[in-house]
Design a protein around this ligand. Structure first.
Ligand code: NAD
Ligand code: ZN
Length: 354
């Protein structure tokens, strides 16, 4: 079994292996030894995998129930958080018991927050079922729900006891959601190069998926452990995200996060090539990788609109913003700059502007 240790303020392992869903009970028993567990999941994932996880917990001698919320980002709200917490009370879950979050990033975020707040913190096991959740949201300890006026505005830092990735579950993930996860993986490959880049370049991604997940978890681990509370190096993980978030917002969230990040990364890469920071070949290969995995490389929203969407939040934070720029695969840097520089990046990087 692949195992990546995360030495955050509380240490834990990410386990990666096909078929692990049936071993959740044993792992939970060994690490937490709860009497009861509540699985939090969504309306797509629960019918597919809920029973398998409940059975595994029960055969390890753990009493287990499941709480299911409607699938989708709209469900990541305080109302569902409170509903989930009330369900834990209903089931008499105590501080020595366990919350299991089984689903994509919406569930790992909401379930994680629920576990961190319930009775001031109850043990949590994350079982990410989307590619994005496996390589991104379930590692690092950030939990949140959305508020009316801001995404991820209500959350905590809370590390799980374990993260259990079973790549088999990816067989039911819709193609578009798979591509969403790949966008973050391309981001890791640009930041670090190495094995993740090699696998993306190859034609054997499905055979190498466990290795790819392991590589990405290690990359995220390195950034997170260098900067658990997000004040410095963790910013590298925002590569493609300043422009990506602007695309998401301006499209009224019609463009999914992964697609927006892919386009954001390509815009930044082309601008970096224009400005002689990276080679034209590097920028072209980033585009090629996005195309290969069915991700967009540009946006039809104008540079002006993206600029105003991207700087909208910055008004309160003063005139400076951090952009992650590219020199080469495995060689990116944080550029603390003023807002006007972003305008230049957008002008230079958008194909639709050329
Ligand atoms: N905490 C963090 O550090 C962090 C990092 C990145 C993203 N996030 C959050 O993660 C969320 C996005 O995650 P996501 O893309 O996984 O979204 P998601 O949880 O909405 O999952 C995407 C869709 O795939 C379905 N799904 C998941 N696994 C499946 C499977 N195995 N088979 C069939 N369907 C499946 C879900 O039901 C959903 O419809 C956002 O809310 C984002 O803010 C958090
Ligand atoms: Zn992202």
């Amino acid at each position: 079994m692949r195992k990546v240790n995360i030495p955050a303020s509380k240490k834990y392992d990410v386990y990666i292996e096909s078929g692990l869903l049936s071993r959740v009970g044993d792992i939970a028993k060994e690490l937490v030894n709860p009497q009861k567990a509540v699985v939090i999941s969504d309306s797509n994932v629960a019918p597919l995998y809920g029973e398998r996880v409940l059975e595994s917990l029960k055969s390890a001698g753990v009493e287990a129930d499941i709480f299911v919320i409607e699938a989708g980002e709209d469900s990541k709200n305080p109302e569902n958080l409170i509903e989930a917490a009330n369900f834990l009370i209903e089931k008499d879950l105590t501080r020595s018991d366990l919350v299991v979050a089984l689903g994509g990033g919406v569930i790992t975020d909401l379930g994680g927050l629920c576990a961190s707040l319930y009775q001031r913190g109850v043990a949590l096991v994350q079982i990410p079922t989307s590619l994005l959740a496996m390589v991104d949201s379930s590692v690092g300890g950030k939990t949140a729900v959305n508020l009316k006026n801001g995404k991820n505005m209500f959350g905590t830092f809370y590390q799980p006891k374990a993260v259990i990735c079973d790549p088999e579950v990816l067989s039911t993930l819709p193609d578009e959601e798979f591509s969403n996860g790949i966008a973050e993986i391309i981001k890791y490959a640009v930041l670090r190069g190495g094995k993740s880049l090699e696998i993306l370049r190859s034609d054997s991604i499905s055979e190498c998926i466990a290795e790819l997940i392991e590589e990405c978890v290690k990359i995220k681990r390195d950034y997170v452990c260098a900067d658990e509370f997000d004040r410095g190096d963790r910013q590298f993980l925002n590569l493609g995200h300043t422009v990506g978030h602007a695309i998401e917002r301006e499209s009224g969230f019609e463009v999914p996060h992964g697609s927006a990040v892919a386009a954001g990364m390509c815009i930044v890469a082309r601008a970096c090539a224009e400005l002689d920071m990276c080679s034209v070949e590097t920028a072209a290969e980033i585009e090629l990788l996005c195309k290969k995995y069915n991700l967009p490389t540009d946006s039809n929203i104008s540079a002006e609109e993206l600029y105003s969407a991207a700087t909208h939040d910055k008004k309160r934070q003063g005139a400076k913003l951090s952009l992650i720029l590219i020199k080469d695969f495995g060689n990116c840097f944080i550029h603390l700059t003023d807002k006007e520089y972003l305008s230049e990046i957008l002008e230079k990087g958008m194909v639709s502007n050329l």
